[in-house]
Ligand binder design. Structure first.
Ligand code: HEC
Ligand code: HEC
Ligand code: HEC
Ligand code: HEC
Length: 398
């Protein structure tokens, strides 16, 4: 009896150890697989706005004029595209930033991996949101593009389709979505009437919308807002609306990963409109019904395209290995150094690039102090350097 209990007991221990070890290999495997640098998609890229405020970035940096004035405005000139761009820029500018923080008595705050990710998505998303359109330019476009041949806005005209109800919308993306939905019929009619189907470039969608919205009645009613887009939902739509079928699976349409979608959402919507009639012909041939969008669907889809095509950053673990000495990391991170600084061989692996960014950022003040004592400048790190270092720290053999 006693041996039986013992047997059961020991096999339970065996099972537990087995599971534990197994779990562990899964974790290691997961970290190793991160080396292929897979992108994740945000659910709501705007979440990072909170981090931007909580971490005090807003004290010095503004977004389109709202915020501090002593540092670059991220809405105006700056754009951090790929995953590695933000940490590289923050790292390289940190000496000046820290100087200002000291002067202003602002505490340097640590940033967690989670917060880094949100911040990165948020700053990256600013270009997507685009600026507001230009009403005067929109008014010109309304006649230049011959919308006025078939439509009225403001004063109603009996033989024209009024666009006044567009006035309830608060985002140019509604116009893009509704026009996309009606594209087949509208473009057919335009051709029949000898009107060239207008092509959209730059911010023309936003301009045209601003005009229609400004003269459309209904301004008193509650505005209908469109959420800026959920890339995770967009990825699903990319499959369910058959974009995947033509653009990835069967190469009927061009390879969309070759396009630069780091542009405002209305510009991307313009690209879709410009190709709507050719796409529709391809759809008829492939017996696919023309996709129609409702609610936030177009925003979700476009935000997915936007995040999917980030400029890939070069980098390799081999290069990372060289950088450890080239950038002077080894001066402090050598084996058995007398300061108890972790040796290169024990740093990492990191669960994600953001975990690495967070570690890098949080160790900067101490590192800068040490360099400062030695009279040395902070080494500059390009985005590709950060990636190479990340890959190196995630490699088993070092
Ligand atoms: C005390 C003021 C201050 C705070 C707080 C601050 N910054 Fe800065 N930041 C600056 C200054 C000044 C520069 C320009 C430095 C230079 O020219 O080298 C800068 C530059 C940058 C750059 C590079 C911009 C470019 O043109 O490439 C990035 C990215 C950046 N900051 C991100 C952040 C983030 C993210 C936060 C919040 C976690 C933050 N900063 C907090 C003052 C600040
Ligand atoms: C040749 C005539 C013609 C021209 C030119 C034209 N449209 Fe249209 N438009 C139509 C027709 C017809 C419909 C209704 C289509 C349908 O029912 O599917 C429509 C529908 C629309 C709708 C949806 C209206 C609603 O209430 O659902 C919008 C928005 C729109 N057009 C905007 C524009 C804009 C902006 C331009 C100029 C760039 C333009 N259209 C140019 C004929 C035209
Ligand atoms: C039946 C096949 C087919 C389907 C389905 C399809 N496309 Fe296309 N797409 C094409 C073809 C073909 C072109 C090139 C059209 C041209 O040359 O004008 C194109 C062009 C485009 C372009 C423009 C690229 C450029 O040159 O600027 C975008 C953006 C695009 N498609 C997005 C989408 C999205 C998003 C979906 C899903 C809603 C989708 N497509 C569904 C076939 C398809
Ligand atoms: C002047 C000395 C010095 C130099 C040069 C230096 N570091 Fe560090 N590093 C430190 C110190 C000190 C710590 C521990 C900081 C802490 O505990 O906050 C550290 C910590 C780190 C960590 C976090 C380690 C962990 O797992 O907790 C990383 C990652 C790191 N350094 C990367 C680098 C890289 C990459 C370089 C070269 C670009 C570099 N360091 C250059 C002093 C330095």
């Amino acid at each position: 009896m006693k041996t039986k209990i013992l047997l059961v007991f020991s096999s339970l221990i065996f099972l537990a150890v087995f599971c534990f070890l197994n779990g562990k290999t899964i974790v290691v495997k997961n970290i190793q697989s991160r080396q292929n640098d897979q992108q994740t998609l945000p659910q709501n890229p705007l979440n990072g706005r909170v981090v931007f405020e909580q971490k005090g970035c807003i004290n010095c940096h503004a977004i389109n004029g709202y915020g501090g004035k002593t540092a670059p405005d991220f809405g105006e000139h700056n754009f951090f595209g790929g995953d590695y761009d933000l940490i590289s820029a923050m790292w390289n500018h940190s000496p000046e930033m820290f100087k200002q923080m000291n002067a202003k008595n602002i505490k340097k705050q640590e940033i967690s991996a989670e917060d880094f990710r949100s911040l990165r998505y948020f700053l990256n998303f600013l270009r997507y949101l685009g600026g507001s359109g230009n009403i005067i330019n929109g008014q010109k476009l309304f006649s230049k593009m011959k919308c006025n041949e078939c439509h009225s806005v403001g004063k109603v005209s009996s033989n024209k389709i009024s666009l006044n109800k567009m006035g309830v919308y608060a985002s140019p993306l509604f116009l893009a979505q509704i026009m996309w939905n009606h594209a087949v019929k509208m473009q057919k009619m335009q051709k029949q009437s000898g009107i060239k189907v207008p092509l959209f470039k730059d911010d023309e969608f936003a301009d045209l919308f601003s005009y229609i919205e400004s003269v459309g009645i209904n301004s008193k009613r509650e505005k209908v807002y469109m959420l800026p887009g959920n890339p995770v939902k967009g990825e699903k739509l990319f499959k369910s609306k058959k974009c995947f079928y033509c653009h990835e699976q069967n190469h009927i349409g061009p390879d969309l990963t070759k396009y630069n979608f780091n542009q405002s959402v209305t510009k991307i919507a313009g690209m879709m409109w410009n190709h709507a009639s050719n796409m529709q012909l391809a759809m008829i041939e492939s017996k696919i019904s023309y996709p129609v969008f409702k609610d936030d669907e177009m925003a979700n889809l476009i935000s997915y395209l936007y995040f999917k095509n980030q400029n890939p950053v070069d980098g390799s673990a081999e290069k990372g290995k060289k950088l450890i000495s080239e950038k002077g990391c080894i001066n402090c991170h050598s084996k058995g150094n007398s300061y108890n600084i972790p040796a290169v061989s024990v740093i990492g692996p990191f669960h994600s690039a953001d975990t690495f960014f967070s570690e890098l950022w949080n160790h900067l003040p101490l590192m800068q102090k040490k360099l400062y004592v030695k009279g040395k400048a902070l080494p500059r790190l390009l985005p590709s350097d950060v990636k190479s270092l990340y890959l190196y720290f995630n490699r088993k053999e070092r």
